[in-house]
Structure formats: C-alpha cells, structure tokens
Design a protein around this ligand. Structure first.
Ligand code: PLP
Length: 392
C-alpha cells in the first residue's frame, strides 16, 4: 500500500527535478516485479533502448538506461572515455560542468578547463583557441546547465570538434526529451541524461548513448576502466548482446516506468514535445517579466526547460520557497553554488511543462512575494502568459 501523508505528501514539483509524472507512469510503477534475467523482461529492455535511441536521435547500438541517477550517467561517460594522462578539454559555466571537471580529475586525465561566466554559454571562440593550442581526446560540454538555466548553442562546438577530430562528451541531463538534441548529426560520442526530468519518470535511471568510436576508445584503453559497475563494455553484455550475461540486478520497476514515459514521448512526437516546452517556457517568462520579475539569462541563451528568476532585492529567498512548499505544496528550486540565494530555479519539464503549471506558479509566487511586502502585478503577468498560451 502507498505511504500515507504526511510521510509522502503530494507536492506539485516545479524545481530542477524530479518533476511530476504522468498517471500512466505511476501505474507502470505498480507492475509486478520481474527477474532481471527473465526473457519477458529482456523485451522491455530492448524497447527501452529503442525509445532512448529515438529521443537521443541516434542509431548507436550502445544506448541504454544505466542504473543510478544522472550523476551515474556522467560517471559512466567520464570513466569510460578518460584515462590517466588523456588530454581533455572541460567547458565549465555552472555547477554541473564543474562536477564533470572533478570527475575527469579523479580519472587523472590531463584536464584543461575553459571557465566561463555563470549565466552565459561557453564561448566557442575560446574552444577554438584551446583546440588550436593543443590536441585533445575529448571535449566535455553541458548542453543544458541546470544551475544557471542556459542552453549551450552546439553548432560551433560541433564544427570545431569535427575539424579537430575530438570526441564530444555531452551532459544532456536537462535537455533530453525537452529540447532538440541530435546525437548522430552533431557527432556526439557519449551523452548521458536522467530519468526524472524531461523524460518524465522517477529518478533512478541514467540514459546513456555511446558512438562506435567511443566504444572502440573504451576497448582500446591502456588502463582498465576504473569503475567496474559503469564499465560500458561489461554493461553492454547485459543490455546489448545475446545471450545476455548477468551484470547487476536491473530494476524492472524503474524500467517499466521509463518505458511508459518513452511511449508517451513517442505518442506526443518529439517535435511537438519540444514545441510544448518552448511555448510554456515563453509564457512563464512573459508572465514573470510582466509582473516585474527579472530573468537571469539573456533571451537568446535561455533554456526552455529550466527558468532562473532573480530574487528581488530585500526578499528572503528561502522564505519564499518555504511559503510555497508549506502553504501551496509547490516545490521550486533554490540557486546552486555561486547563484545560491540569488535565483529561483523553476522547472517546466516533461509532464510538468503545462499551461496550468505556468499559471499556478505565477499566482503562487506573486502571493509568496506579497507576504514579504514585495508587490508584483499579477493581472499583467497572467495576461502576458495567457496571450502566449492561447496562441496556436
Ligand atoms: N548534470 C546536470 C546538468 C544536472 O542538472 C544534474 C542534476 O540536476 C546532474 C548532472 C546530476 O544528476 P542527478 O542529480 O540525477 O544525479
């Protein structure tokens, strides 16, 4: 039987993730548990892999849902593609780029960092200069930096990586299933994401995809892959090859859930899904700005799935989040790292990216701010948001 409140309160989740999930995904979570070597379950895994190939827009054979959260996917990509002394170029313009840097250093790779300003994407000119100065094996890029709400433009980086024969390792934790991500067309060699954001499932799985070139690189390493659990050549013996070999006790519960979420994506269509995310994001921004609030990121670099709103002067940032949670059961995210106390992070991802969530958020934050004596123009915000939500 499900936990009863207050142990499991029913919140509206509009932070950086997890987000609310579709009732069909909840239903899938109640499917009977099945053995991880059951032939019927292998069909589920095959279908999960197929669904993930569609959202990653890839033909990569090695594409699956690694156990663990997004960080597990990050570790899988870093540990398989990097070994001691490998020259790697790490682009950091927020909290998660820095996490990649830390992991690369733990692999004892020869790490060069392009440190960018938080709230802006990595400047391709700096990538070009770095690639001219030294030959790199891998460049790491955070596609959607959840700590800042920036979407990294990929065109120049993709072109430069191709020209220089460098492998791209992409963090797609807050982009996969919510914004365009063309793994094959862009020539991305390894990418990872999570189940709990735009995919629309609970946390616990990390979709990953590896190109043939990346798998070849993992197979021809000088040093063994330092992580046994996340060694892609071993994982693949369970996920990909026939006969399948036991590797770990795969969670059927989570894989049934992610499969249902992937089926929902197929039914909606990828382009429709991207359009929905963009429309709701634009409405939320228009509403917030009309109310008198300010976004952190310039319009051209904003991430449609995660909105960073500046905390108005004199407002108690945590007090607002506390009010929303206690009075309205609404979760939004705090600023992370260098932006702690300065912004709120409002997620519109997957099932949570909806017109009603946009409107609910605007009125909820308006009230939370009013309680602190900070007046906003809610009717103007609602009008601005609705004029975009009404449009076809
Ligand atoms: N990378 C990015 C861009 C993220 O936003 C996150 C989490 O929010 C992670 C990596 C780590 O994912 P997780 O918290 O699921 O381990």
């Amino acid at each position: 039987m499900a936990l009863q409140s207050p142990e499991a309160p029913l919140r509206k989740l509009m932070g950086p993730g997890p987000l609310d999930i579709h009732p069909r995904v909840y239903q899938a979570l109640t499917s009977p548990v099945i053995g991880h070597m059951d032939p019927a379950y292998f069909k589920t895994l095959d279908r999960v892999a197929e669904g993930l190939r569609q959202v990653f827009q890839t033909q990569n054979k090695v594409t699956h849902a690694t156990p663990g959260t997004g960080t597990s996917g990050m570790e899988a990509c870093v540990a398989n593609l990097m070994e001691p002394a490998d020259p790697v170029l790490v682009c950091v313009h927020g909290y998660f780029g820095d996490r990649v840097r830390q992991m690369a250093e733990r692999q004892e790779a020869d790490v060069t960092v392009i440190e960018g300003e938080w709230g802006r994407p990595t400047d391709p000119q700096r990538v070009e200069e770095a690639l001219k100065a030294k030959a790199y094996k891998v460049i790491t890029v955070v596609h959607a930096e959840t700590s800042t709400g920036v979407l990294q433009p990929m065109d120049d980086i993709v072109r430069l990586a191709k020209e220089n024969g460098v492998m791209i390792l992409l963090d797609a934790v807050t982009s996969l299933g919510g914004v365009e991500l063309k793994t094959d067309e862009w020539g991305v060699d390894a990418a990872y994401s999570c189940s709990q954001k735009c995919i629309g499932a609970p946390p616990g799985l990390a979709p990953v995809t590896f190109s043939d070139r990346a798998i070849e690189a993992a197979r021809s390493r000088k040093h063994p892959i330092r992580s046994w659990y996340l060694d892609i050549t071993l994982l693949e013996k369970y996920w990909g090859s026939a006969p399948r070999a036991y590797h770990h006790t795969s969670s059927s519960t989570l894989n049934y859930a992610i499969l249902e979420a992937l089926l929902l994506i197929e039914e909606e269509g990828l382009q429709n899904r991207f359009d929905r995310h963009l429309k709701n994001h634009r409405a939320l921004v228009a509403g917030a700005e009309a109310m008198g609030l300010e976004m952190l990121v310039k319009p051209e670099h904003r991430l449609p799935t995660l909105n960073t709103i500046r905390v108005p002067e004199g407002v108690d940032e945590a007090g607002v989040r506390g009010y929303l949670l206690e009075k309205l059961n609404l979760e939004i995210g705090a600023g992370l790292g260098a932006l702690a106390g300065q912004v709120w992070r409002v997620g519109l991802m997957g099932y949570s990216s909806s017109a009603e969530n946009v409107l609910f958020f605007l009125s909820a934050i308006s009230r939370a701010l009013a309680v602190q004596g900070c007046k906003t123009d809610l009717p103007a915000g609602q009008d601005a948001a609705m004029s975009l939500l009404d449009a076809d």
